[in-house]
Design a protein around this ligand. Structure first.
Ligand SMILES: [Fe+2]
Ligand SMILES: [Fe+2]
Length: 151
């Protein structure tokens, strides 16, 4: 039996691995490889953020009644991460070594702090309050679409 912490913590590691591989390739100016690894990182992050914003956070908010609490902070940080990822896409497309590595360092700091907060606080709290609906929740998260939500 898995937990939200195991499942989502494992997904953090998978995103981190792609991030590090893309950074290594960019550091070596191996741009073909950097671009394809960055694209995979971008897709993995889009899916991860969608799992949280469309499934996990709404379930947490509905169960706890806390819609202005930790999930609100996490959503704000997702916005900052998306902006940085967008800028990195420009840097990798134009093979801008210094710019890519600078942005990459900033994103890495933000992402590690963000992930720690989720793994130390939000995921364990979610496991506590959502334990009863875990199977449905994990299934919905895996199946989530990365398309923007209809207004
Ligand atoms: Fe998050
Ligand atoms: Fe996360």
């Amino acid at each position: 039996m898995s937990t939200i912490l195991d499942f989502m913590g494992g997904d953090h590691r998978a995103c981190d691995d792609l991030f590090a591989a893309a950074e290594d390739a960019a550091a070596q100016k191996n741009w073909d490889s950097a671009r394809s690894l960055f694209e995979r990182f971008q897709a993995a992050m889009a899916h991860h953020l969608a799992m949280e914003e469309k499934v996990l956070f709404p379930a947490f908010e509905a169960r706890t009644g806390m819609s202005m609490g930790p999930t609100q902070v996490m959503r704000m940080e997702h916005g900052q991460m998306r902006d940085l990822i967008q800028e990195m896409a420009g840097a990798v497309a134009s093979a801008d070594h210094d710019r890519y590595l600078g942005l990459s360092e900033t994103l890495n700091m933000l992402m590690q702090q963000h992930n720690l907060k989720e793994e130390n606080v939000l995921y364990p709290m979610s496991d506590q309050v959502l334990g009863g609906e875990l199977d449905d929740l994990l299934r919905s998260m895996e199946a989530v679409s990365t398309e923007p939500e209809a207004p």
